[in-house]
Design a protein. Structure first.
Lengths: 487, 516
C-alpha cells in the first residue's frame, strides 16, 4: 500500500562556550578523561548549579537565527533518571517553559519551511567508556568520563513536518550551516557536538491523524539519518501491509547493516518525573538582550547566497554552493575584494573567483584532505587570477601555477617565471606558431580566406595547442586573421 | 590544658560576644578557649551524644585557634567570632573532613571543599570543634533516624533532643559550645532548639548561602544558627548571611541583624522593645492540638507579650492546617531527586554485585539508606510520577502559594505572627519511632515558614508545668524581616528572663555559670 512518511527530528547541539553551563570547568572536546571536572559537575553533595550567561547568549543567538519566539521567562526543570554517566541522578533541562518556541528553517531543495516547535537549554551527561583509554579490554566493568557532564546543550525539536529522508537530511545540512555561521557550535557529528534522533511514523496519504511513531537513535551522520529513515519507512510499511500495527518504541540504527532494532518498548519508557529546578530561579530574558543578540547576528546562509547572486551576478546554485560553508564564502569574498583593490572588479572577475574557489581550490583541498584555512591565501589567488585576466597566463597554465605555489609562499608571478609558463605575446614566437599552423591546415585557411569566420576559432585553437597553451589567444587571433588576409 | 592564664571553664559560659571580645583584646587566647571547649566536649559527650566522631576535629581546631592568635599577635584585627568554638551539623561540607549526614551511604566520603557557611565561619575567626548528629539526611524530628547514634536531651537523658539538628541544639544546651549551626527544612533548627531550651533561628529563604549544605528539599532548606540567646544567634546569622555567587537562590539584599551595638556590648544593650508591636495570633492554632502544659504556657506567653506592650491581633491563615501535608509532598518530591546522586558510582558506599549497573545502584541504596529516608524517597517519587504529579506535587505547590498570599495578607495587619514552636515538649526516646505520622504532625507550626520562605525564630518561654521541660514560642515575620523578628525575640527574651538557662545535664557546672 501507499503511505506517507511523517518525520520529526530532535537535534541536540553542544554550544560553544569557554566554560560549562553550571560550573567553571572548561568546555573542551578531547581532553584526558576526567580532566575537566569539579565538585559541581560531579554532583558532589552540597554543590549547586549557577547559570553561565554565555551559554544562554549562545542559545539565544541560535534561537534568533532560527526565527524563534523568545518568551521573557523560561524555567529549568529536573529530568530524573538513573545512569552511571549522570552524576546527580537528574539532568537539569527545561520542560514546559522552554527558552524558545515556534521557529522555522527553510529548505531550498525541498521547497518547504520546517516549523520548529521548541528549543530548550540543558546540560550534557558524561560518557561511558567500554574500553580502557588506549584500547585495553575492561573485564565486566565500564569507566565514566565526566568531562562532558555539564557541557551546555540545546535541544531543537521540529514539528512532525518532514516528509522524506531527503528532507530530513537537508534540514540537518541547513541547520549545520546556521550553527557554523552563528558560531554557536562546532556541530561535529563525529565528536558528538551535533546529535540527532528521528521520530518516524507512516499514515495513509491524506489521513488527518498521525500514525504510531518510532523513535530512532544512534544516528551518527547526516547520511545515516537518511538511511535510517528510509529503512524505518520500509520496515513500518511491511508491518502495516501485513495487517499488523506499528509498536511505539525506541529503536537503534545499526550503520553496518543499515537496519534498526528495538532498544526499548513503550512499557520500558522512562517516567522522567520532571519538576521545576529549585536551585535555579526562572531565567528572565528581556527584549533588549534579544535585540542586541539579533543585531549581532552575522549574515545567515540564505541571505548571503541571495546577495551573492545579486551582487556578483552568480548563478543561484553556484552562490549556494559557495555559501554552504561560511569559511568558503568568506574566502571567495576575500578574493573578490583583492580584485577590487587592484581595479579588477566586475562580474567577470567575481565569476572567475567563484569558479576557481569552487573548482580548483576545493579540488585541491579535497585531494589534500584539508580545510579552507590551509588554502592558498586570497591575495595570492587574486594575483594569479589577475595574471589570467591580463592574459599573462592561460587558464591551463594558471592551474599549474596554483599547484606549484600551494603550500609554499611563492608569488604566482615568480612561479610563472620559474616554470616558464607565462603567456607568450612575443610577435616573432607567435608568428612562428601561426605560420606552422597555417601551413598544416590549408583547407581551413582557404575557408577562412573565403570569409568563413567561424574557422578562425579552430585555427587559434591549433596555435594554442601547439604552444601548449602559452600563446596569448587574443593576440594570436588578431595576427592569424591578418596573416590569412595577407595571403 | 586551657588553664594557662587561670581561665576556668566558666569562660565557655560567657556569651559568644564576650568570648570574641576577650580573644580580640588578648585577655584570653583562642587556643585556650578552644582547649576548654574540647575538654568540656570530651567530658560531656558520653552522656549527650551530640557530636559524630568526637575528637576528629581537635587537631584542626587547635591549629585554627593558634593561627588566629598568631594573627592577633601580629596586630591584625580579628573577626566578630574570634576564637568562638562552634559546632556544625554534619550536612555542611568541610574540606578534608568526612561528611555523612548521619547516613551509612556516605561511608568513606571526604568532602573536597568548604561550604560557603563554613568559609564565612572561618572568615569571622570562629573555630569549628565538632560535627553534630542529626536525623539521616535531616529527615526526622528526634535524631532517632541517625544511622550512627542517639543524641540525648541535656534536660533529660531519656528524652529526644529533637531534630533534625538535634546534635547542634544539644551541644549548645549542654554548654559544650556557645554557638552551633543547623539546617531547617521544616523546623529542623527551631524544633530541637525549643526542645533543648535554646534559641534557634531560620532566616528568610535566600539569606544564607546553601552552597555546601547537603540538599534535602532545595526550595525549603536554610542554614540557621542555634545559641543560648537571641543576640548570639543574631551575631552568628550576621556572620553568615549575604549573597553568594555559588548559590543562585541566595539574595543580594543587604543583611540586617541586630547590628553592631548588640555585638559590641555583648548583647546586653538595652534590648529592642515589644512596645507598640502588633503581633498576630493565628486563629488556626487549635489549642486542643497542644499538649496541656503547652496550652497552659501558651496562654501565659500571650499574656506576657501583652504585658510587654505588644498588641495582640487575631489573624487568619486558612491553609495552615494543610501545611504538614503540603510540606511532606514538596519536601519528599525534591528529596527524591536530591538523593538520587547517592548511587554507589562516584563516592560513598558502594555495594557491588550482580554485575549490572542497576544492581549496583539498587544494592548500594538499599543498604545505604535507613527506613525513613527510603520512605520519603518513595513517597516523593510517587508524588512526581506521571499521572500523579498534578494531584500531589502540583497541588501542594498551589497550596503553598496560597499560604504565602495568606501570610502576606496577615502581615498587612500585623508586624509579626506568634505560635508555639512545638505542640509538645521533648518526648521520650523511642516513643514515636513506630508512628511516623505523629512525628510528622508535630511539624505543624514550623513548616509554614519554610513553605513561604519566612524568617522564624524559636525562643524559650518557660518550663512545662508538669514535665519541667523547656517550652518555646515562635515568631514569624514577613520575608526579609529577619531583623524585626530578631529584635522582637531579643525583647521577649530579656523581658521574660528566660535568657541563657543552663540545662540540668550540665548541672555540675551550674554554680560557676554567671550568665543567667
Amino acid at each position: 500500500m501507499e503511505y506517507e512518511v511523517v518525520i520529526g527530528l530532535e537535534v541536540h547541539v553542544q554550544l560553544r562556550t569557554a566554560s560549562k553551563i553550571f560550573c567553571r570547568c572548561a568546555n573542551r572536546f578531547g581532553a584526558e578523561p576526567n580532566a575537566l571536572v569539579c565538585a559541581v559537575c560531579l554532583g558532589y553533595p552540597g554543590t549547586l548549579p549557577t547559570l553561565n550567561r554565555e551559554a544562554v547568549d549562545q542559545a539565544l543567538r541560535l534561537a534568533v537565527a532560527l526565527g524563534c519566539e523568545i518568551p521573557s521567562r523560561s524555567v529549568f526543570a529536573r529530568k530524573n533518571y538513573f545512569y552511571a554517566d549522570l552524576p546527580k541522578g537528574y539532568q537539569i533541562s527545561q520542560f514546559d517553559q522552554p527558552l524558545a518556541l515556534r521557529g522555522r528553517l527553510a529548505l531550498h531543495d525541498a521547497g518547504v519551511e520546517v516549523p520548529i516547535a521548541r528549543m530548550h537549554l540543558e546540560e550534557d551527561a558524561g560518557k561511558l567508556l567500554h574500553e580502557a583509554p588506549g584500547g585495553g579490554v575492561l573485564r565486566g566493568s565500564s569507566l565514566v568520563d565526566h568531562n562532558r557532564c555539564g557541557v551546555p546543550l540545546v535541544e531543537i525539536v521540529t514539528d512532525p513536518a518532514l516528509r522524506s529522508a531527503a528532507q530530513a537530511q537537508e534540514y540537518l545540512q541547513v541547520l549545520h550551516q546556521v550553527l557554523r555561521y552563528t558560531d554557536t557550535s562546532d556541530a561535529n557529528m563525529e565528536e558528538g557536538s551535533l546529535r540527532c534522533d528521528a521520530n518516524v511514523s507512516l499514515r495513509r496519504p491524506g489521513a488527518a491523524r498521525l500514525g504510531t511513531k518510532v523513535e530512532v537513535k544512534n544516528l551518527n551522520s547526516f547520511r545515516n539519518v537518511a538511511r535510517a529513515i528510509e529503512h524505518e519507512t520500509h520496515r513500518q510499511a511491511l508491518v502495516l501491509d501485513s495487517g499488523a500495527e506499528v509498536q511505539q518504541e525506541t529503536r537503534s540504527f545499526d550503520a553496518a547493516s543499515g537496519t534498526t532494532r528495538t532498544l526499548r518498548g513503550k512499557e520500558e519508557a522512562h517516567d522522567y518525573r520532571y519538576f521545576p529546578e529549585p536551585d535555579l530561579p526562572p531565567l528572565l530574558v528581556d527584549e533588549d538582550r534579544v535585540r542586541r543578540l539579533r543585531g549581532e547576528l552575522p549574515e545567515l546562509p540564505w541571505t548571503r547566497w541571495t546577495r551573492f547572486a545579486e551582487q556578483y551576478g552568480l548563478r543561484e546554485d553556484l552562490a549556494r554552493q559557495l555559501c554552504a560553508q561560511r569559511e568558503v564564502a568568506d574566502y571567495f569574498e576575500a578574493v573578490v575584494a583583492e580584485g577590487a583593490a587592484t581595479g579588477a572588479a566586475g562580474g567577470a572577475w567575481a565569476q572567475n573567483a567563484a569558479n576557481w574557489t569552487m573548482t580548483e581550490v576545493l579540488k585541491e583541498l579535497n585531494a589534500r584532505g584539508e580545510g579552507i584555512e590551509s588554502a592558498v591565501e586570497p591575495t595570492r589567488l587574486a594575483a594569479l587570477l589577475g595574471m589570467v585576466a591580463r592574459a599573462e597566463l592561460s587558464q591551463a597554465a594558471a592551474k599549474e601555477v596554483l599547484a606549484a605555489i600551494w603550500g609554499s609562499e611563492e608569488e604566482p608571478s615568480a612561479a610563472t617565471r620559474r616554470l616558464g609558463l607565462g603567456q607568450v605575446q612575443d610577435a616573432d614566437r607567435l608568428e612562428e606558431w601561426i605560420a606552422e599552423v597555417l601551413a598544416a591546415n590549408p583547407g581551413p585557411v582557404e575557408q577562412l580566406a573565403a570569409g568563413e569566420q567561424k574557422v578562425a576559432g579552430f585555427l587559434v585553437g591549433q596555435v594554442m595547442k601547439l604552444s601548449q597553451g602559452r600563446a596569448d589567444p587574443k593576440l594570436t587571433r588578431e595576427r592569424l586573421l591578418s596573416s590569412v588576409a595577407r595571403t | 590544658m586551657g588553664e594557662a592564664r587561670g581561665q576556668g571553664p566558666e569562660l565557655l559560659d560567657l556569651t559568644a560576644q564576650e568570648i570574641a571580645s576577650r580573644v580580640r583584646t588578648g585577655e584570653v587566647t583562642a587556643a585556650e578557649t578552644v582547649d576548654l571547649a574540647l575538654a568540656r566536649i570530651a567530658e560531656l559527650e558520653p552522656r549527650v551524644g551530640a557530636l559524630l566522631r568526637p575528637g576528629q576535629l581537635d587537631d584542626a581546631a587547635r591549629r585554627s585557634a593558634e593561627a588566629i592568635d598568631a594573627r592577633r599577635e601580629r596586630g591584625e584585627s580579628l573577626g566578630p567570632l574570634a576564637g568562638v568554638p562552634v559546632v556544625v551539623k554534619d550536612n555542611l561540607s568541610i574540606e578534608g573532613q568526612p561528611l555523612t549526614c548521619a547516613s551509612r551511604i556516605l561511608d568513606g566520603y571526604v568532602a573536597p571543599y568548604d561550604a560557603t557557611a563554613i568559609a564565612r565561619l572561618r572568615a569571622a575567626d570562629a573555630v569549628i570543634v565538632g560535627q553534630s548528629n542529626m536525623d539521616e539526611f535531616a529527615m526526622g524530628s528526634s535524631c532517632e533516624n541517625s544511622a550512627v547514634q542517639q543524641t540525648r536531651n541535656p534536660w533529660d537523658p531519656e528524652r529526644v533532643a529533637g531534630g533534625s539538628s538535634g546534635g547542634s541544639a544539644a551541644a549548645v544546651a549542654a554548654g559544650e559550645v556557645p554557638l552551633a549551626l543547623g539546617s531547617d527544612t521544616g523546623g529542623s533548627v527551631r524544633q530541637p532548639a525549643a526542645l533543648c531550651g535554646v534559641v534557634g533561628f531560620k532566616p528568610s529563604y535566600g539569606r544564607i548561602s546553601r552552597y555546601g549544605l547537603v540538599a534535602f528539599a532545595s526550595s525549603l532548606d536554610q542554614i540557621g544558627p542555634i545559641a543560648r540567646s537571641v543576640p548570639e544567634a543574631a551575631l552568628l546569622y550576621e556572620s553568615l548571611a549575604g549573597s553568594d555567587p555559588r548559590d543562585a537562590t541566595c539574595s543580594e539584599r543587604p543583611v540586617e541583624g541586630l547590628g553592631e551595638s548588640a555585638a559590641d556590648d555583648g548583647g546586653r544593650a538595652a534590648p529592642p522593645t515589644l512596645e507598640g508591636l502588633r503581633i498576630g495570633r493565628l486563629r488556626e492554632i487549635d489549642s486542643s492540638g497542644l499538649e496541656d502544659e503547652v496550652a497552659a504556657q501558651w496562654q501565659s506567653t500571650l499574656r506576657q507579650l501583652s504585658a510587654c506592650g505588644a498588641e495582640l491581633v487575631d489573624v487568619s491563615v486558612p491553609s495552615l492546617p494543610a501545611a504538614v501535608a503540603v510540606y511532606y509532598v514538596i519536601a519528599n518530591s525534591e528529596a527524591s531527586a536530591n538523593l538520587a546522586r547517592y548511587d554507589g558510582v562516584r563516592y560513598g558506599r558502594r555495594v557491588a554485585g550482580g554485575g549490572s549497573l542497576r544492581e549496583l545502584n539498587r544494592r548500594s541504596r538499599s543498604e545505604g539508606f535507613g527506613p525513613e529516608v527510603k520512605r520519603r524517597i518513595m513517597l516523593g517519587t510517587f508524588a512526581l510520577s506521571s499521572g500523579y504529579y498534578d494531584a500531589y506535587y502540583g497541588r501542594a505547590v498551589g497550596v503553598a502559594r496560597a499560604m504565602s498570599e495568606q501570610f502576606e495578607s496577615a502581615f498587612s495587619q500585623v508586624d509579626l505572627v506568634v505560635t508555639p514552636t512545638s505542640p509538645s515538649v521533648a518526648f521520650r526516646l523511642g516513643e514515636r519511632v513506630e508512628d511516623p505520622l505523629a512525628m510528622y504532625l508535630s511539624d505543624v507550626f514550623t513548616t509554614p515558614a519554610n513553605l513561604c520562605g519566612l524568617p522564624a525564630l524559636s525562643v524559650p518561654c518557660g518550663l512545662g508545668g508538669s514535665s519541667g521541660l523547656p517550652l518555646a514560642l515562635q515568631l514569624l515575620g514577613p520575608r526579609w524581616a529577619d531583623r524585626e523578628v530578631l529584635r522582637a525575640g531579643a525583647a521577649f527574651e530579656s523581658a521574660s528572663g528566660w535568657n541563657r538557662r543552663v540545662a540540668p545535664g550540665a548541672a555540675a557546672r551550674e554554680e560557676s555559670s554567671s550568665a543567667s
